[in-house]
Design a protein around this ligand. Structure first.
Ligand code: ADP
Ligand code: MG
Length: 250
């Protein structure tokens, strides 16, 4: 579903991704862990067209992100083609980023109506089902300010799912939550994983990675230090940097 080959990304003179190689299989829950500043968010942002890579190859579902390949030449995609690629990718951020002036239902209906041109009736029907799925059918008419952080994050997940993505990216979805609200969001993510969604999850929740993850990559300073099954990496880290990091978060 995702293939990165020697992906490089710099901001000015600062190289943030220094040759990332990884593959995410369909239906896999792929956990990305590592210290702050190691490039995890930047990598997710490259997948979702929020940043452009400087070198290497990055593809989603067999198609290069942002480019078309003809022979050995690359052509940048048109804006409409980029928009079409982005529709297949849902992203959930640490900060929930809901539209504050819209209800939960309005937030979930917005993109299908505005981006896909779906009818309001159809968008409402799907939004209601999705809010039910994340356990918020009784909250659909509440505004974000009337919801807890955990509830807002569940609305954000429902909103991303409303576009029927092939791939979901989670960037520390529980890091901004009070501890007692983390579990309800992880439960929704676990359900989603069980439904077969392909997910890349940046997280410090090692319990989730161990129980739900199919693969885990430890990143530090813009490189993949270590990769494997979450149980193997977490129980038996091979590199000093991985050991040092895990001793702080486990
Ligand atoms: P992580 O998510 O692992 O904490 P990030 O991908 O957010 O790491 O950041 C990696 C490095 O890239 C950091 O040093 C950060 O300051 C830098 N960085 C991220 N975005 C930008 C940007 N838009 N401009 C300049 N530097 C950036
Ligand atoms: Mg980050």
């Amino acid at each position: 579903m995702v293939k990165a080959e020697a992906v490089h990304k710099s901001f000015g003179p600062v190289e943030v991704l220094k040759g990332i190689d990884l593959e995410v299989a369909p239906q896999e829950v792929f956990c990305l862990v590592g210290p702050s500043g190691s490039g995890k968010s930047t990598f997710l942002r490259c997948i979702n067209h929020l940043e452009q890579i400087n070198a290497g190859r990055l593809s989603v579902d067999g198609r290069l992100v942002g480019y078309r390949e003809k022979g050995d030449k690359l052509y940048e995609l048109k804006e409409s083609e980029v928009a079409a690629q982005r529709k297949d990718i849902g992203m959930v951020f640490q900060r929930f980023n809901l539209f504050p002036h819209m209800t939960a239902l309005g937030n979930v209906m917005e993109a299908p109506v505005q981006v896909k041109g779906e009818s309001k009736a159809a968008a409402r029907e799907r939004a209601e089902k999705l809010l039910d799925r994340v356990g918020l059918s009784d909250r659909k008419n509440n505004y974000p300010a009337q919801l807890s952080g955990g509830q807002q994050q569940r609305v954000a997940i429902a909103r991303a799912l409303a576009m029927e993505p092939k791939l979901m990216l989670f960037d520390e979805p529980t890091s901004a939550l009070d501890p007692e609200l983390v579990g309800e969001v992880l439960d929704v993510m676990r359900d989603l994983a069980e439904s077969g969604m392909t997910m890349i999850v940046v997280t410090h929740e090692m319990g989730f990675a161990r129980e739900v993850g199919d693969a885990l990559v430890f990143m530090d300073d813009g490189v993949v230090v270590e990769a494997g099954h979450p149980r193997d990496v977490l129980n038996n880290p091979q590199h000093e940097r991985t050991k040092g990091f895990l001793s702080k978060v486990l």
